[in-house]
Design a protein around this ligand. Structure first.
Ligand SMILES: *[C@@H]1O[C@H](CO)[C@@H](O)[C@H](O)[C@H]1NC(C)=O
Ligand SMILES: *[C@@H]1O[C@H](CO)[C@@H](O)[C@H](O)[C@H]1NC(C)=O
Ligand SMILES: *[C@@H]1O[C@H](CO)[C@@H](O)[C@H](O)[C@H]1NC(C)=O
Ligand SMILES: *[C@@H]1O[C@H](CO)[C@@H](O)[C@H](O)[C@H]1NC(C)=O
Ligand SMILES: *[C@@H]1O[C@H](CO)[C@@H](O)[C@H](O)[C@H]1NC(C)=O
Ligand SMILES: *[C@@H]1O[C@H](CO)[C@@H](O)[C@H](O)[C@H]1NC(C)=O
Length: 427
């Protein structure tokens, strides 16, 4: 019907041009076409009028501009999906451009973000956090305990600047209790429990302010890799990663740190009282000095007096790392080589020059009591005592670590296209 068409047209016009003076011209034109049928004219005029009002309100409630935008956007989405399918024959050149940049997602997001300045993209943020405004990024953490109430900025009464961790079983609690008392309030204390008895330590007053991490039958280096990420322990100047069987009668942590700072040691350990079964000359305590950085070993043991085990060397039972040295060492620890054997020979790769920055503190010294505790948590195997299997694995891990390190270095030098320096490892 003609009338319906007019109504439809006017609704549309009212919608599109509800605030335009052009409408009146259109209205007059349409009306004048109707005059020859007088009894329909009134109907048309009324319908037109109602239609216009209707259109006007639709137009008002859905303004033109956003709608047009929406249409253009959906058209674009449609376009690019066809483009992605590579089925358009038309503009081949631009098609390829778009699809190849779509292919490379990191490139295309970066590009988009660079052009759209209202979107945040901060390349200097930690990897993966580029979309955040730098002011909100908290890339480091700590072990400071907080309360559940009050103002967050009033939670902490002190911020320890050093960290000590012990990997412990409950049977060694008295030894650990004695050790912890040698560490001042400046230390955060973390206990890694390998026997699952974490809650029983509350008999000690200091246990309440310690952090307890429990995982059954895991080693010190397993814990260290998983819970001492450099970004987590970032507030601590020095990190002690100690075994549970150390006698600390002649040791005071604050004094130790003074000496470490004085002698510029990035990686260190207290001297070991030469009581029994000492393996390395380097870590043996000397009575005549504060600190030593070099030693003599049995003939043929050191290919170079500045390399392990004659220098640049401490053992893995009681190492102390500066924040910077730990950041490097953490990255070197392998997730599967849980005993850490061989790590001591590689520590020198993390500081430069290693023979200056790795040393043994003689004035604050400890006794290695060699309590075979975690070793007894192994498996009974073919009637052999559990510690046999553990010891065997330690040796294997040492070999594997050496091989991995050597391979990694080789492939680095190969990739760089340079000859590796003369291979200088121990024996
Ligand atoms: C993409 O191509 C396939 C096969 O040629 C076709 O079935 C599909 O419908 C296409 N998709 C689009 C969005 O064009
Ligand atoms: C997209 O990436 C794949 C593999 O990542 C590659 O084979 C392909 O050639 C790339 N396509 C374009 C158009 O760059
Ligand atoms: C993606 O593009 C960027 C910039 O052109 C380039 O550096 C990068 O290697 C590309 N990545 C892939 C996987 O093609
Ligand atoms: C986006 O930025 C790149 C370089 O930053 C420029 O080459 C490109 O033309 C820009 N694209 C748009 C749509 O502005
Ligand atoms: C804690 O560290 C600060 C700063 O190094 C030092 O002044 C203070 O004496 C230390 N506290 C103890 C108990 O040694
Ligand atoms: C490597 O060793 C060879 C022989 O032992 C020696 O001639 C050469 O100078 C050494 N190269 C370096 C970089 O030390």
């Amino acid at each position: 019907m003609f009338t319906e068409k007019i109504v439809f047209a006017l609704v549309a016009l009212g919608y599109l041009r509800f605030n335009s003076s052009e409408f009146f011209w259109v209205f007059q034109f349409q009306s004048s076409a109707m005059v020859n049928k007088p009894n329909e004219t009134m109907r048309v005029i009324i319908t037109v009028f109602v239609g216009f009002i209707f259109g006007f309100f639709i137009g008002k409630s859905f303004p033109i501009l956003p709608l047009m935008k929406l249409n253009m956007k959906s058209a674009f989405v449609h376009d690019s999906s066809i483009v992605g399918n590579k089925s358009t024959g038309g503009s081949t050149q631009s098609t390829n451009d778009i699809s190849s940049s779509k292919n490379n997602t990191s490139y295309s997001t970066e590009n988009q973000n660079m052009n759209d300045s209202s979107k945040i993209w901060v390349p200097s943020n930690p990897k993966g956090a580029e979309r955040l405004p730098p002011g909100i990024v908290a890339s480091e953490s700590d072990f400071y305990l907080r309360r559940l109430w009050g103002k967050p900025n009033e939670d902490l009464t002190s911020k320890p600047i050093y960290l000590v961790t012990f990997t412990v079983g409950y049977d060694q609690r008295h030894n650990i209790d004695a050790a912890v008392k040698k560490f001042s309030e400046n230390f955060t204390i973390v206990l890694f429990h390998y026997d699952g008895r974490a809650s029983e330590w509350d008999e000690f007053e200091w246990s309440k302010r310690a952090i307890h991490v429990s995982a059954k039958k895991q080693t010190k280096w397993w814990f260290a890799k998983r819970f001492l990420h450099p970004d987590i322990v970032a507030p601590y100047d020095f990190i002690f990663i100690w075994d549970e069987d150390l006698g600390v009668e002649h040791f005071v942590a604050e004094e130790y740190i003074k000496l470490v700072k004085k002698h510029g040691l990035e990686i260190s350990q207290p001297g070991l009282e030469p009581n029994r079964g000492l393996t390395w000359q380097m870590t043996k305590r000397r009575g005549d000095c504060e600190v030593h950085k070099q030693t003599e070993e049995k003939p043929g043991w050191c290919s170079d007096p500045r390399l392990p085990p004659c220098a640049a060397f401490v053992e893995i039972m009681a190492p102390v790392f500066s924040r910077e040295a730990w950041r490097c060492v953490w990255h070197m620890i392998q997730n599967d080589l849980v005993h850490g054997w061989g790590l001591d020979f590689a520590l020198q790769k993390c500081v430069e020059p290693a023979y200056e920055k790795i040393g043994v503190v003689d004035a604050q010294w400890i006794v290695h009591q060699s309590v075979p505790s975690l070793g007894n948590q192994g498996q009974l195997d073919n009637g052999k005592a559990p510690w046999h299997g553990v010891r065997e694995r330690c040796r294997q891990e040492w070999k594997m670590f050496q091989t991995r390190m050597a391979d990694a270095e080789k492939s680095y030098y190969k990739a760089m296209g340079i000859d590796p320096p003369n291979f200088t490892d121990h024996h």
